[in-house]
Design a binder for this molecule. Structure first.
Ligand SMILES: [Fe+2]
Length: 490
């Protein structure tokens, strides 16, 4: 089976007039695919805005760079394509002396370069090599680097959960060779949701499908503050599912496996990599940090699907995990195991505290939804990661939300006519109180054809933004980013 490439000049050919081959996924013009309409239409260009227009005033404490990563499909897409299959685009907002410079560059992966040379699409569906053109075989097809831009041990990395990260030059955003941890890592994958221990500087991670097969092989990985792999242990999940995010506390690690399963026959027939199985529970595997992986205790929760985790902490025998939870699949771009579209209403996420009682023999888990906290892309003050904390932040349907876990109140910055992206919290100063600082969130303004990076005072959510950093073009949905203070750059 091969994917048919449609090059740029043929973009205006109506889909109905393109020749079809049975069983061959067709490339389509972006405008023919609903999931790539409007603000989600890929940019397909790299950009530098040396001095961004700033409406308001950049706080003097904000000195450093916000790095983000997201998908930006380079060439016309497939009818069955989805956002997570896009080519990686890394962007930066560099704050310096009250000025802001923007830059974005594609992650120059092997896949990207091959398609650019061919001037058309060669690679097919998300994590399905059976939908690729023959000349791609044996190449690194999945490592788009499109999920997280992340800084650790002096390296800026573009992560993607099925692969090793690409190194990115933190100044130019040009792509450097993939980082293989100097050959120290045996597994083939790392999560794109790394957890940094604010006390030790360690990078806690895991890999799923880490041996390159569809078996339920997982690995726990710990990389020390200097970038050395100090721990790698292999184990198996009870089933081969989807593990996008996880939790780490000062005492425990929590592996979260969602009921979207893989199937070799489906994939070989050109189907999706994942399919949602509503009959399966989600799995929550908990182990002590100082124990070995053979001690993992797997809790099972029905009608409890998580997209992301805000934070986690241990209190005695209780392990609390604050996650976005929905009743059904939170991944609407994958069908169910019967081939049907999933019900989007069942996938609406609500931030919920899952409290696991490790003293209970009957796997007791309490679910406590946060009132009104409907949203995604949860973050916290990174200095309070892995410990009891008060403030959390989410992207809401109407804007940007702040959760106060002490009072259980949600404060929201409403953005009429705009759509926000992941809110990244930046402490005002290294020694500021928890939650005293700034929220950075990219806001698309479709009516104005532009995007603005909002800078909010996290303690005054209802107030107008301190500053809006305006770009003269929109920004498609990026996934995740991190702010790197200037003092932490090499
Ligand atoms: Fe994510």
């Amino acid at each position: 089976m091969a994917t048919r490439a449609v090059s740029g000049p043929r973009l205006d050919i109506p889909t109905s007039q393109l020749p079809t081959l049975p069983g061959v996924p067709m490339s389509e013009p972006f405008h023919a695919i609903p999931s790539f309409y409007g603000t989600e239409t890929p940019l397909r260009f790299e950009a530098d805005v040396h001095d961004c227009e700033v409406i308001g005033r950049i706080p003097s404490e904000l000195e450093g760079t916000l790095y983000r990563a997201g998908p930006d499909t380079q060439f016309p897409t497939l009818a069955a394509d989805n956002i997570v299959n896009g080519d990686g685009m890394v962007s930066s907002f560099d704050f310096r002396d009250g000025h802001v410079a923007f830059k974005c560059r594609y992650v120059k992966t092997e896949r990207f370069l091959k398609e650019r040379a061919a001037r058309g699409r060669l690679y097919g569906k998300y994590r399905n090599q059976h939908t690729d053109a023959a000349e791609t075989h044996g190449t690194d097809r999945d490592n788009t680097g499109n999920t997280t831009a992340f800084f650790h041990a002096g390296r800026l990395l573009a992560l993607r959960e099925d692969s090793y990260p690409h190194q990115i030059d933190p100044d130019t955003l040009e792509t450097l060779p993939k980082w293989d941890f100097a050959g120290q890592l045996k597994g083939m994958s790392l999560t794109a949701h790394p957890k940094i221990d604010p006390v030790t500087g360690e990078w806690w991670s895991y890999g799923f499908y880490c041996r390159g097969t569809l078996d339920a092989d997982m690995a726990l990985q710990v990389i020390d503050a200097k970038g050395k792999v100090v721990r790698e242990e292999f184990f198996q999940s009870p089933y081969a599912g989807l593990a996008h995010d996880f939790g780490v506390t000062r005492e425990h690690v929590i592996f979260a496996v969602m009921p979207l399963t893989t199937d070799a026959a489906r994939i070989a027939a050109g189907g999706d990599f994942y399919a949602y199985d509503p009959d399966l529970p989600s799995l929550w595997g908990i182990m002590r940090r100082d124990a070995t992986v053979d001690t993992i205790r797997w809790f099972k929760l029905h009608e409890c699907v998580s997209g992301h985790i805000m934070n986690a902490y241990t209190d005695g025998d209780m392990v609390h995990i604050d996650a976005t939870i929905s009743k059904g699949s939170a991944f609407p771009f994958f069908n169910d195991v019967h081939g049907n579209k999933v019900d989007p209403a069942q996938g609406i996420p609500l931030v919920t505290r899952l409290s696991f009682d490790l003293s209970s023999a009957e796997d007791k888990v309490t679910r406590t939804p946060f009132p009104g906290a409907m949203g995604e892309m949860p973050r916290c003050d990174p200095r309070y990661a892995m410990a009891a904390y008060r403030w959390g932040f989410i992207k809401t349907r109407n804007g940007i939300g702040r959760l106060d876990w002490k009072t259980r109140e949600l404060a929201e910055h409403v953005i009429p006519g705009g759509s926000s992206q992941e809110p990244v919290f930046v402490p005002r100063r290294a020694d500021s109180a928890e939650g005293d600082g700034f929220l950075l969130s990219l806001v698309n303004k479709p009516a104005e054809g532009c995007a603005e990076l909002y800078v909010l005072d996290a303690q005054h959510m209802e107030a107008p933004p301190l500053a809006r950093v305006r770009l003269p073009f929109k920004q498609p949905m990026a996934f995740h980013g991190n702010f790197v203070p200037r003092a932490e750059r090499p």
